[in-house]
Design a protein around this ligand. Structure first.
Ligand SMILES: Cc1cc2nc3c(=O)[nH]c(=O)nc-3n(C[C@H](O)[C@H](O)[C@H](O)COP(=O)(O)OP(=O)(O)OC[C@H]3O[C@@H](n4cnc5c(N)ncnc54)[C@H](O)[C@@H]3O)c2cc1C
Length: 400
């Protein structure tokens, strides 16, 4: 019997990779809940920061862009940089893409993957089934990788939760639970600023706690972007252009440069359309550092060092840590210990070669899991355009 390729994950990257492999005649078994990160780990009412041209899931054949979905579904066509994408539209687009191009998706979890002898991989599913795959594509995205810095984790010894003193922004599907409450939202990225705005619009009193002077900023609207620089899905700039269209040489940069760029390029900055909703509704508190957090008499208390060096306390009913995600293969419990031991990594992230293959032949990583090898574009949906055809091409040549 021909062994299939297993694709683990049904977000934009897993769906795109599975569609490309299927189109090349490779038998694929794809696993996961479609679009679950978008459906349950992002807040209701969220709008995408990426523009329509940067928000299509790459497909092997024409007719599957976000605009194609809008036409097919009879919803207003999202095409220009001024068209803003509601999360509900993007989730529906992902479901539409899945039903057309990955119809055999299995909505089960992979509980373990390990090497099987020298060739192939043994997978166990939470349905109890066990099977062998000739190759594995890991596209598990944000799942299980939310990052809570230790100084915030200290206030929640039983783990972050929306009903406790501290939660992570990924735990909020609906911020209306904080109506009439006082909130501190930690972070200065889009996720922090949009969470703060949505909570404030739902009736919470919100302060954003951000590190550094002028830490909270917003991008320029499309009509104010500099005209003499090349256009990229993220705005006009040479660096963004290079990182969007030429991510290939990225993995040859020294590790320090790669890790720095993947964090900082396209880093903390609110979307242009969020500014008006933020100003006047949310307060910004600039700090130098959070030194401690604790729950005290039903309140969440952060001890902070101010930019002037003073120590102060900030108290609220709840703290939301919009502190992002960190790739760490050791946090990916479904990767068997023997496999993890063989995996070459750099600061916890898998080191990938051409075609997104890891140091274990037949084991591929895509999406943000490939960010430290292929750059910041891998953190965004538009990175599927570069990643999926290359990954599928490599896999077919090596294991087809
Ligand atoms: C608040 C927020 C806003 C964002 N806004 C944008 C934006 O505007 N534009 C943009 O381009 N990007 C945005 N991003 C980034 C975006 O989330 C990623 O680009 C995208 O979701 C990555 O897709 P993915 O397929 O790699 O992973 P995900 O979308 O996270 O999908 C992971 C998949 O893996 C599956 N899975 C996990 N573990 C297992 C397992 N053991 N077995 C089976 N299946 C498993 C899940 O069920 C899911 O289907 C945003 C992120 C956040 C947090």
């Amino acid at each position: 019997m021909i062994q299939p390729v297993a694709v683990i994950g049904a977000g934009p990257y897993g769906l795109s990779a599975a569609a490309h492999l299927r189109a090349r005649g490779i038998p694929v078994r794809a696993f996961g809940e479609p679009m679950v990160s978008w459906r349950t780990h992002m807040p209701k009412g969220m709008l995408l920061k990426s523009t329509p041209v940067a928000s299509s899931i790459d497909a092997p054949q024409r007719g599957h862009t976000l605009a194609d979905y809008c036409d097919d579904a009879g919803v207003p066509r999202l095409v220009t940089d001024e068209d803003i994408i509601p999360i509900e539209t993007f989730v529906a687009y992902g479901d539409w893409f899945q039903s057309r191009l990955v119809p055999e998706l299995e909505r089960v979890r992979v509980v373990s993957v390990d090497r099987r002898g020298t060739e192939g991989f043994e997978l166990k599913l939470d349905s109890g089934e066990q099977f062998t795959a000739r190759a594995v594509v890991v596209a598990t995205g944000l799942s299980g990788l939310s990052h809570l810095p230790p100084e915030l984790a200290a206030a929640a010894p039983d783990g972050p939760t929306p009903t406790g003193p501290v939660s992570h922004s990924s735990q909020h599907g609906d911020l209306s639970r904080y109506e009439d409450k006082e909130l501190l939202v930690v972070g200065a990225g889009q996720s922090s600023l949009e969470t703060a705005v949505l909570a404030a619009e739902a009736g919470a009193r919100v302060r954003v706690v951000a590190r550094g002077k002028g830490a909270v900023g917003f991008g320029a609207p499309p009509w104010k972007q500099p005209k003499l620089r090349p256009e990229s899905p993220f705005g006009r700039a040479w660096s963004l252009y290079a990182l969007s269209y030429y991510p290939h040489p990225y993995r040859y940069l020294p590790p320090q440069a790669r890790h720095f760029l993947v964090r900082r390029i396209l880093g903390p900055l609110g979307a242009w359309w969020l500014r008006d909703r933020y100003e006047g509704r949310v307060t910004t508190r600039e700090i130098a550092a959070i030194t401690k957090s604790e729950a005290r008499e039903g309140r969440s208390v952060l001890t902070v060092r101010t930019p002037g060096g003073r120590i102060e306390e900030l108290a609220a009913d709840h703290v939301i840590a919009a502190t992002g995600y960190r790739v760490d293969v050791n946090a990916m419990g479904f990767l068997g210990p023997a496999l993890r031991a063989r995996l070459a990594t750099s600061r916890g992230t898998p080191k990938l070669g051409a075609g997104y293959v890891s140091s274990v032949p037949g084991l591929y990583f895509t999406g943000m899991l490939g960010g430290s090898s292929y750059g910041p574009v891998m953190r965004f949906v538009c990175g599927t355009e570069y990643a999926s055809p290359r990954l599928a091409g490599h896999l077919v040549r090596a294991h087809g």
